[in-house]
Ligand binder design. Structure first.
Ligand code: SF4
Length: 206
């Protein structure tokens, strides 16, 4: 629960009116930052640090081609050393396992343990999704266009990979005739329905 000071600050914050395009842009960034801080405060209450939750959330959502420490580091825009420390902490908590890939032994595959999956299902971010649904119901086009446009611009400006969900990739072939619901034209692998909604390190925008 926010204390009185935060509540009072929020009222003052929301009462201030944007005066120009620049004001509107900086106010939008402030709002996003405040939302992030609210989520982070809930994360701290769960006894985890944000980086650990980010890793847990990624592993709950990524596909089987993207469950490596390297892909996680790219997704988080973090160094391999930082990600390794995060994974060590998650392993000590019994939330994540590391196994050598059965085909290429040099590749390490990450997976959530049963305890990790249970914790990931209590992710505080979905509450934000519920609120987003309410806002999107009022003005879906503008809200989604502004936020996804900002994300794409930032990724382009800094040369980051997009890591979007599989079914929006240009290599995704729906209803392919390979005995599976879908097909990956890049990796030449069958894709299930759940694969089609997973994050992929190899994603390329359509
Ligand atoms: S279709 Fe694209 S996003 Fe999906 S698995 Fe293949 S490369 Fe990854």
């Amino acid at each position: 629960m926010p204390d009185c000071k935060i509540y009072f600050e929020s009222i003052l914050f929301f009462m201030s009116r944007p005066k120009s395009r620049d004001d509107r842009a900086s106010r939008l960034i402030d709002l996003i930052d405040r939302l992030g801080r609210l989520v982070r405060s809930q994360i701290h209450e769960s006894g985890m640090v944000p980086a650990q939750w980010d890793a847990l959330r990624y592993l709950a959502r990524c596909n089987r081609f993207s469950n490596t420490p390297g892909a996680l580091a790219k997704f988080l825009h973090a160094t391999k050393g930082t990600v390794s420390q995060t994974l060590n902490a998650l392993e000590r908590k019994g939330l994540v396992t590391r196994q050598p890939d059965p085909v290429s032994g040099r590749v390490v595959r990450l997976a959530l343990s049963a305890k990790g999956r249970a914790l990931a299902s209590r992710d505080p971010v979905p509450e934000l999704s519920q609120h987003a649904e309410t806002v999107l119901a009022r003005d879906a086009d503008t809200t989604e266009r502004v936020l996804s446009g900002m994300l794409a611009e930032m990724q382009r400006a800094h040369g980051f990979k997009p890591f979007a969900v599989c079914h929006t990739c240009r290599h995704f072939q729906p209803d392919a005739k390979h005995g599976a619901p879908h097909w990956c034209g890049l990796l030449h692998e069958k894709l299930s329905e759940s694969d089609s909604g997973a994050l992929c390190a190899e994603h390329e925008a359509a």
